[in-house]
Write a protein that binds this ligand. Structure first.
Ligand code: SAM
Ligand code: SF4
Ligand code: SF4
Length: 371
């Protein structure tokens, strides 16, 4: 096993379980952090495993056959996930996204969806339950996901060109199978379906306009994501980031676009529509235009660590609290305490890190924390 592999595994160190506050308080449906950002959105990673080896996420050099994935017993069970999710919903979470790794690799994922779909906000509304997938298993699973109560899916697809896509996914997976998955998801009613393309300069940026052309005038909303410095193994370089402004410029040069307002303040994508009325695209400028000031998102790792930022170097061990027999009220008080202390704004500070300011220690991998 190489040093690098050991390093990735060791990032999952557990800090001691959080301390239960002296005063236990019942959730009120609202808790805000030090920058007045409410807790509204929860991403849950269902597995750290994936059948792809995307160059920007789980490159083969770091996630090869010797890589040690989490043992089964350390994964949260569906009951544990649902219990934690319920606590977050009581604090004001309205939207839950299942992710990973590849979430459709988790066995019987539809049973979990069925359990989460029962959750209601304190006001009695359904929560918005969605899932992000690489699409490889979607053709097989779309209908079962819908039947279980999943509202929508987001599908990742980085190119329509097989050679480019295979180079990016690292496992020779063909484009056509993802397109079949998209069609199956649409037929099952898992819409509106978003398609996420991570743009890595020099690798797939020539695919920006063909992807836009392909998805224009279809039910699918294409979104371009800037290549991020997530984790510590994707060899990120600023000069491989294609700024969203450049993505919009290239598309608009052929298919004129106009800006439209976002529906939600916390929406990460900037929306643009084709002037001829044939649909919209989104751009997510995680690097060039940070949106930390509106970030209302918490992340729960596969083994029950709570992270308050995608770029965090440490998490808070909720699994130990659950397995030690703490009550829902105690765990809810811990979550409130953690959220109230939150001050994360990595993306806003990135440029100062790039200019030599001290960075957080090693960042956690996206496949572990959930993208
Ligand atoms: N396996 C699923 C998938 O690929 O859709 C879900 C997990 S994946 C980590 C979630 C999202 O993160 C995907 O859309 C992926 O493209 C994106 N992602 C992963 N690494 C990234 C990076 N370094 N920069 C930008 N986006 C990234
Ligand atoms: Fe797997 Fe998704 Fe990461 Fe690609 S982006 S390696 S599909 S977890
Ligand atoms: Fe949120 Fe952290 Fe991303 Fe800023 S860097 S938007 S705080 S996840």
């Amino acid at each position: 096993m190489t040093e690098k592999i050991n390093f990735i595994a060791s990032q999952r160190n557990h800090s001691p379980a959080p301390t239960i506050p002296a005063v236990i308080e019942a959730p009120t449906g609202f808790v805000a952090d030090t920058l007045a950002r409410p807790l509204q959105d929860l991403r849950i990673s269902l597995t750290d495993r994936c059948n792809f080896r995307c160059v920007y996420c789980m490159p083969e050099e770091s996630f090869g056959k010797d890589h040690v994935f989490l043992p089964r017993k350390s994964l949260l069970t569906f009951e544990e996930i649902t219990r934690i999710a319920k606590i977050f919903v009581a604090h004001g979470v309205q939207k839950i996204r299942l992710t990973g790794g590849e979430p459709l690799l988790r066995k019987h994922v539809e049973n979990l969806i069925q359990m989460l779909a029962q959750l209601k906000t304190p006001g009695g509304r359904d929560i918005e339950l969605t899932l992000t997938t690489n699409g490889s298993l979607l053709a097989k699973k779309a209908q079962a996901l819908k039947n279980a109560g999943l509202a929508r899916v987001t599908v990742s697809l980085d190119s329509l060109d097989d050679d480019t896509f295979k180079r990016m996914n690292g496992v020779d997976f063909p484009v056509s199978d993802v397109l079949h998955g998209l069609d199956a998801a649409h037929a099952a009613g898992l819409g509106p379906i978003k398609v996420n393309m991570v743009v890595k300069g020099g690798m797939n940026d020539q695919e920006i306009v063909p992807m836009a052309r392909h998805f224009k005038d279809t039910p699918f909303i294409l979104r371009f994501i800037e290549f991020m410095d997530a984790g510590s193994s994707n060899d990120w370089k600023m000069d491989e980031v294609v700024p969203s402004a450049e993505v919009v410029r290239r598309i608009a040069a052929e298919m004129p676009l106009e800006r439209i307002a976002s529906t939600l303040k916390s929406e990460t994508a900037e929306r643009w529509r084709y002037q001829d009325g044939s649909g919209e695209i989104g751009v997510i400028s995680s690097v060039t235009k940070s949106f930390c000031h509106e970030c209302v998102r918490a992340r729960l790792s596969t083994e029950g660590m709570l992270y308050t930022c995608l770029f965090a170097s440490g998490g808070h061990d909720l699994r130990t609290l659950i397995r030690n027999g703490n009550t829902d009220e105690e765990i809810a008080s811990v979550v409130a305490q953690i959220w109230r202390a939150r001050a994360d704004r990595y993306s806003e500070l990135r440029s100062s890190f790039m200019n030599g300011a001290e960075q957080p220690q090693k960042k956690i991998e996206m496949s572990y924390i959930g993208g």
